[in-house]
Write a protein that binds this ligand. Structure first.
Ligand code: GUE
Length: 293
């Protein structure tokens, strides 16, 4: 029998939205350069994981597109914590580097939290330094984590209402699951958030009552059509490298039920990168404002 597949969901287009952000950033970088400040993004990459290498490469090519200079530190997988510390200290001291990241995950013998804490908080482009995460909890101005910023920007770009919305977040990772609730529950967003994880007893019950699902578990096709309220927005953040290629957390049949879905690839990933650059530009703008004051 013939199968009819009805794709009804709006596509939350991360590439298009990224291009809009880049246009804005490029103009701001031109202004900074004219004032004598060149924003510079540093990356610290340890080891030769192909995924991490491709992400870092993407970040540097983004920099070139908006006029941000970039500094790459690629280190072998077997370096010691002291050698990693030395690379971090160099970027902390380098005036050409206005913001940087330590690409995660690090090889298992290295201490990720120690590395993140060693980053000068004012150069933390990821927004993952404990001072910045702590300031976010306190509601103080801080560098915001890139992926949560990207998710919220994408929802707003497509006029998905956040005020009063029930958002179910799936996954409790440090880069998205934990911080995104802090952003979504600010007065400016005003959403109600449920955070689910592997200990959640009835995941489908939690996702089914959501107006917005943020799927960030890193489990391929975890979210299926039966778990989605008709018309809900579904943001696919997770990435799994499988034999079938890159797969998100959202199964294809979700497009038949949801009102809006972010594709993966082509959804949140490009925005994570765009907000990394936005964070670097904003750091440099603050530097300029401080110099002018
Ligand atoms: N310190 C640190 N900061 C990070 O922000 C960070 C990290 N470590 N470790 C790994 C994760 C993952 N991540 C992605 C960024 C862009 C895409 C992206 O642009 N993806 C493209 C596809 C790229 C491809 O095909 O490989 C897309 O979704 O369209 C994906 C994933 C940043 N991360």
């Amino acid at each position: 029998m013939e199968q009819w597949i009805t794709v009804t969901a709006i596509r939350l287009d991360g590439k298009l939205t990224r291009d809009e952000i880049f246009t804005d950033l490029k103009a701001r970088v031109d202004t900074l350069r004219a004032a004598g400040i060149t924003p510079g993004l540093g990356t610290v990459l340890v080891g030769d994981d192909p995924g991490s290498q491709s992400y870092v490469k993407g970040k540097h090519s983004d920099c070139a597109k908006v006029g941000i200079s970039s500094i790459r530190k690629d280190l072998p997988a077997d370096i010691t914590q002291e050698q990693l510390n030395a690379a971090i200290d160099e970027l902390n001291a380098d005036p050409a580097c206005t913001g940087y990241i330590v690409q995660l995950p690090l090889p298992k013998h290295l201490d990720e939290n120690a590395a993140l804490e060693r980053i000068a908080p004012e150069k933390d482009a990821d927004g993952l330094h404990p001072i910045n995460l702590g300031r976010l909890v306190l509601g103080k101005e801080s560098t915001l984590p890139c992926t949560p910023r990207g998710v919220i920007h994408l929802l707003r770009r497509y006029d998905i209402p956040l005020d009063g919305a029930h958002v179910t977040v799936v996954g409790r990772g440090v880069t998205i699951g934990r911080p995104i609730g802090l952003l979504l529950t600010r007065r400016s967003e005003n959403a109600t958030v449920t955070l689910c994880h592997t200990g959640t007893k009835d995941l489908a019950a939690e996702t089914r009552r959501a107006d917005i699902i943020v799927a960030a578990a890193g489990v391929a096709h975890l979210i299926t059509a039966d778990m989605v309220k008709p018309g809900a927005a579904v943001v696919d953040v997770g990435v799994s490298r499988t034999d079938a290629g890159l797969q998100g957390d959202v199964a294809p049949d979700v497009w038949d039920v949801a009102g809006a879905v972010s594709p993966n690839p082509g959804g949140v990933g490009p925005l994570t990168r765009a907000f990394l650059l936005a964070n670097v530009v904003e750091r440099a703008e603050q530097q300029l404002a401080a110099a002018e004051a």
